[in-house]
Design a protein around this ligand. Structure first.
Ligand code: PEP
Ligand code: MG
Length: 540
């Protein structure tokens, strides 16, 4: 038995046979080409096909989380960049080699040059180059991207996997993933997490591992290769216990979200697109507390039409029935860009013209979303909330637009309901005026992801700050309390929809603060439900 220590990116235990996957680079042969122009055209054809596939993947399979969706766009942009095209074309013409070989050479040179750099942004860039290169090679060679996992479930061990590769795998055949490259925040890890697959990174393997038995401990980041009998027995018992715990949790899927002393809490799901709806239903969420509607605006060439938005909201409303669905109006700008949006370059986009500011600058775009939401309101239990609000003036402008929209719907005899409205509390300014804001809507929803970055003045995406970005900071907890109290003073509800809402170490703290609802990723519904059902507030 050999023991390897890596980094776990999703907890869980797996025992099984290893499938060692290597991309078979040796199959890419170098051949000398005489017609360079034709070879460059071949490369360009493959490049357009790969870019179209990435766009399609983004649109159709765009994942539960914005980072994941963004990867496809970033890779498409990389493929379309002049520098990438030039590098390949000049390799083809100067070396007189075939396109697949030029793409492979470029990939390997970049990987080799930057291999020793640990900077997350560089590693991410290398992973993107590898992925687009492999995609191009597959197209040029006519092979399929699909990794054949075989008949029996396996522990897949490999150098690196792309988010697309893992997303396309049959979840039932994948016990665990072990990779050399990647990090806890890499997109592949995020997809694996979404698929609930134990994953280890930073483990170097080779093809001699193929077919061996292994144990993956996704709690401690340990891999046991060819484990001895005693270890195997111990992990079989732990695996059983793990399964039982999950089954136990599933028993809660139809239970109420109520504390041990009888206080009812709203426990809702955060989703990014329609394909996440299944998980919302599977885990028995009481509703959708945050629909990040901006995803429908990204990865495309033009604004979605009002009818397209309407049909999407109608489907969600109908699927959810009586259960509430809170549509967050488009939170565009900052890291959510599309070229047709024509957003001028900003020195500091995170502090820039984003969220509600952006929508209020583009009133026709905003009104078409408002109209779509109101038109869909008669098909279910919809509510609407506004991101990044920082002043009452913004609210006055929104209220005016809503009146206009309602008036036009009345004139056209289009039915609608007076849906509940909400403000996301994501800026320190909004916290300070939360009483005034609460008066203008039906409830407040605290977006702690942004609230933390603006309060601590730390970019939530800056990996250099990953150990310093502290969403448990006393300032954040005090702000949550302030907002809840302000809302209650105005007779309104308040809850949390940032990632911190799923942190069960804080469930009791939040409940004692009086939060009325929590909204979390679907996979966290049951652990949070369990935590709140076990919390006794002493009849508070
Ligand atoms: C937040 O900021 O906490 C939030 C829920 O919104 P997003 O993560 O989409 O910015
Ligand atoms: Mg936010």
């Amino acid at each position: 038995m050999e023991i390897f220590k890596g980094t776990a990116t999703f907890s869980g235990i797996a025992i099984g046979k290893i499938l060692y996957y290597s991309r078979g680079e040796y199959q890419i042969r170098q051949s000398l080409v005489s017609n360079i122009k034709k070879e460059i055209e071949e490369f360009q054809r493959a490049r357009s096909q790969a870019a179209a596939a990435l766009l399609e993947l983004y649109e159709k399979k765009c994942l539960l989380n914005e980072q994941e969706a963004k990867t496809f766009l970033e890779q498409k942009n990389l493929l379309e960049s002049e520098s990438y095209q030039k590098a390949i074309e000049s390799c083809i013409s100067s070396e007189k080699v075939n396109a697949a070989y030029a793409v492979m050479t470029n990939r390997d040179e970049i990987t080799e040059t930057f291999r020793s750099l640990e900077e997350p942004a560089v590693r991410k860039r290398i992973a993107d180059i590898q992925e687009i290169s492999n995609r191009l090679i597959q197209i040029l060679g006519g092979a399929s991207l699909h990794i054949n996992l075989g008949e029996e479930p396996v522990i897949l061990v490999t150098e690196s996997l792309s988010p697309t590769e893992i997303m396309e795998m049959d979840k039932e055949k994948l016990l665990a993933v072990v990779m050399h490259h990647g990090s806890a925040v890499s997109h592949t890890s995020i997809v694996a997490k979404t698929m609930e697959i134990p994953t280890l990174v930073d483990i170097v393997a080779d093809d001699a591992w193929d077919g061996l038995t292994a144990i993956v401990d996704g709690y401690t980041g340990t891999l046991y290769l060819d484990p001895d009998g005693e270890i195997q027995k111990e992990y079989e018992i732990r695996l059983e216990a793990d399964k039982k715990e999950k089954e136990e949790l599933l028993k809660l899927k139809n239970e109420k979200d109520v504390t041990a002393d009888g206080k009812e809490i709203g426990l809702y799901a955060n989703i990014g697109n329609m394909s996440d709806l299944n998980n919302v239903l599977y885990y028995g969420a009481a509703g959708i507390g945050l629909l990040r509607s901006e995803f429908q605006y990204l990865g495309r060439e033009s604004y979605p039409r009002e009818n397209e938005l309407f049909l999407a909201y109608k489907k969600i409303a109908e699927t959810m029935g009586d259960r509430p669905t809170v549509i967050r109006t488009a939170d565009l700008g900052a890291d959510k860009q599309a070229s047709y949006l024509d957003i001028p370059e900003e020195i500091n986009p995170i502090m820039g013209n984003r969220g509600i500011r952006f929508c209020l600058d583009r009133k026709e775009m905003f009104k078409s979303q408002l109209r779509a939401i109101y038109r869909a309101s008669v098909y279910g239990n919809l509510a609407m909330m506004y991101p990044m609000v920082s002043s009452e003036k913004e609210m006055e402008e929104i209220e005016e637009l809503i009146q206009e929209v309602k008036q036009s719907l009345r004139e056209q005899d289009i039915p609608f309901r007076d849906i509940r409205t909400s403000i996301m509390i994501e800026t320190p300014a909004a916290v300070m005026i939360s009483r005034e804001l609460a008066r203008r809507v039906d409830f407040l929803s605290i977006g702690t992801n942004d609230l933390t970055q603006y309060t601590l003045a730390m970019d939530r995406q800056n990996l250099l700050l990953k150990d310093k970005y502290d969403d448990h900071h006393p300032a954040i907890l005090r702000m949550i309390r302030m907002v809840v109290e302000a809302a209650h003073q105005e007779g309104r509800e308040a809850g949390i929809c940032g990632e911190i809402a799923a942190d069960t170490a804080l469930t009791e703290t939040f409940l004692r603060m009086g939060v009325d609802f929590l909204s979390v990723v679907p996979a966290c519904i049951l652990p949070v439900r369990k935590a709140l059902r076990e919390t006794d507030l002493g009849g508070r």
